[in-house]
Design a protein around this ligand. Structure first.
Ligand SMILES: Nc1ncnc2c1ncn2[C@@H]1O[C@H](COP(=O)(O)OP(=O)(O)OP(=O)(O)O)[C@@H](O)[C@H]1O
Length: 304
């Protein structure tokens, strides 16, 4: 597999604030890559540079071997972009939003209409073709943005928080369509704060924080490395929590406080749980998740 997007030493500065900080990353052709990070990590700023909306401060981006700074139009033609916000035109009907967008790619009128109906039916919006944008629910708008991103038959689709605001039915439909696109060879780059979405869809994930990548791997390997297969959770009495944490650490265990719980990672979970419960403590085990990795790497405090 070769890299379809090559990001080298990319930086974005706003006055004295660095939103993306010397970031390097290769996205492989045909993969689904999930970019995770808390609010303010720099994900949207990265996507905006990639989609040429925001100029690069320094560093470079290559797409299919082409330099983004030199060939932005050619590169943009190969992208489908689903932005975080809704930038649909409220003056136009649903189908007109699509056909007018197709004009940016110089798709002939009849072909544009045909593709517009195709993508509407793909996202189960055909019945809304002549409706006004204001008659769409939030989830329908999101599906329309996804539909719109396919009009130019993109080789790469960039999705900023694809399933925010979607009900479970719409979200499942979107996930299914994204998988079908990937099966057809399309490369997907998604930013998300939804760890289930990242784990379900992505071949590889990166955790971004303060403009840098802290970790990058397959979701499974990431969980194994940072938290282990199973996590033990203990609910101590408030008065004994500190002592218990110290005791666990003294035993060489990888233990951390998590609100009112203590979590133990990389442990022999079965043995530890039995030991604790026979001594009268409330303790249980569960599978480690990407959410655990995320919390460990980016901290528990709210960033913004
Ligand atoms: N135009 C701008 N001027 C100044 N600072 C900005 C600008 N755009 C973004 N920032 C700052 O850059 C940082 C990264 O923002 P960005 O939107 O990329 O984060 P994010 O990871 O996408 O977060 P979210 O999930 O909230 O969208 C934030 O601290 C934000 O305040």
């Amino acid at each position: 597999m070769s890299a379809i997007i090559e990001i080298s030493n990319l930086t974005k500065r706003f006055k004295d604030f660095t939103a993306v900080d010397g970031l390097s990353l290769d996205i492989m052709e045909g993969e689904c890559f999930g970019l995770l990070g808390p609010n303010g990590a720099g994900k949207t700023t990265l996507v905006k540079m990639l989609t040429t909306i925001s100029p690069i401060t320094s560093g470079s981006i290559k797409v299919m071997g082409l330099d983004l700074a030199k060939e932005p139009r050619r590169i943009k033609a190969s992208f489908g972009v689903v932005p975080q916000g809704d930038n649909l035109d409220p003056e136009l009907s649903v189908i007109e939003n699509l056909t007018s967008f197709a004009r940016y790619f110089e798709i002939p009128r009849a072909e544009a209409l045909r593709r517009s109906h195709d993508v509407l039916s793909l996202f189960k919006l055909e019945h809304k073709a002549n409706g006004q944008i204001k008659t769409l629910s939030g989830g329908m708008k999101r599906r329309l943005l996804l539909a719109r991103s396919l009009l130019n038959n993109p080789k790469i689709i960039i999705l900023d928080e694809p399933s925010v605001g979607l009900d479970p039915q719409s979200r499942n439909l979107v996930w299914q369509k994204l998988r079908e696109l990937q099966e057809r060879g399309v490369t997907l780059l998604l930013t998300t704060q939804n760890m289930d979405e990242a784990a379900v869809l992505s071949d590889r994930v990166a955790v971004m924080y303060q403009g840098r990548i802290l970790a990058l791997d397959t979701p499974k390997a990431m969980v194994l490395q940072h938290v282990g297969q199973e996590v033990v959770e203990i609910l101590p009495e408030a008065a004994e929590a500190e002592q218990m944490l110290a005791d666990l650490k003294k035993r060489g265990l990888d233990a951390e406080p998590a609100e009112s719980l203590i979590q133990v990672f990389h442990a022999d979970a079965g043995n530890l749980c039995t030991d604790l419960t026979t001594r009268g403590y409330r303790a249980w085990q569960r599978l480690g998740t990407l959410e655990d990795v995320f919390m460990r790497l980016t901290g528990r405090a709210l960033v913004e």
